[in-house]
Design a protein around this ligand. Structure first.
Ligand SMILES: Cc1cc2nc3c(=O)[nH]c(=O)nc-3n(C[C@H](O)[C@H](O)[C@H](O)COP(=O)(O)O)c2cc1C
Length: 230
């Protein structure tokens, strides 16, 4: 005989969610991993703003940089790169556990000839085991980037990451034009900054905060729907 799925407080408790007074479930906060690569600090700044936006939306946040893989000769040939690497030495390195843990993953990368950086790709290329176990599916994914010039490959970089999200069975949540800041920042695919114009300005930082907030809200809705429907 078909049994009705448990709903409301019973289902909520089973998912580790304590019901509020009046019976409405109170959810655990959404878990967000912000995984990024940055050579000279632009994407690092966007990652910080995204973390702010996610925390403000009530999420638990891990900010993680992927390992630097470039040889010291290349890094030391660019003082800004060497300085940024030193300054961010205390940012925890991304691990597969961060991906498995998260319900929302925001990836940040500078453009490299219209593609994500090899450092971020190298991290992504270690995820085969998690993918095989289905542990990358059903999460919310979104991406942000920087390039040196306008039209320098921002959209193609974000769309290229999207190809991976499809393979993972991810739920891609772009910012679109769903907030006034998007009409100023102008990239519906994901927050993007032209590093050649200087460090991220208020608009770019606000776009990153908004993108994170939207991803958190979407994940919270999905989470609530899963609890109520289970
Ligand atoms: C190998 C390489 C390729 C790059 N390709 C592009 C490109 O295609 N278009 C562009 O506008 N900028 C390009 N850039 C510039 C970087 O995207 C820019 O310096 C970066 O977005 C700054 O971000 P960061 O400060 O977080 O490292 C390239 C830089 C390097 C080192």
């Amino acid at each position: 005989m078909e049994t009705r799925p448990a709903r409301g407080p019973v289902a909520a408790r089973r998912h580790g969610i304590e019901p509020r007074e009046g019976g409405k479930p109170f959810m655990d906060s959404v878990k967000v991993a912000i995984i990024y690569y940055s050579s000279t600090g632009t994407v690092h700044a966007l990652a910080g703003a995204a973390a702010e936006g996610a925390r403000k939306a009530g999420a638990e946040v891990r900010v993680r940089r992927v390992a630097e893989l470039a040889p010291p000769e290349a890094i030391n040939a660019n003082p800004a790169w060497a300085a940024h690497l030193r300054e961010t030495a205390d940012v925890a390195e991304a691990s597969l556990d961060d991906l498995a843990w998260a319900e929302v993953v925001l990836f940040g990368t500078p453009t490299r000839f219209g593609n994500p950086s090899s450092q971020l790709r190298a991290f992504i290329d270690t995820t085969g085991g998690l993918w095989y176990q289905g542990k990358l599916a059903d999460k919310v994914y979104s991406a942000f980037t920087a390039s040196n010039t306008a039209h320098g490959g921002q959209e193609s970089t974000i769309l290229t990451l999207g190809t991976t999200f499809y393979h993972w069975g991810g739920i891609i949540v772009p910012p679109g034009y769903t907030d006034p800041v998007q009409f100023k920042s102008g990239n519906p695919y994901g927050t993007s900054h032209v590093a050649g114009d200087g460090p991220p300005d208020d608009v770019a930082l606000e776009a990153a905060r908004f993108q994170a907030r939207r991803a958190v809200h979407t994940a919270a809705c999905l989470k609530a729907g899963r609890v109520m429907g289970s």
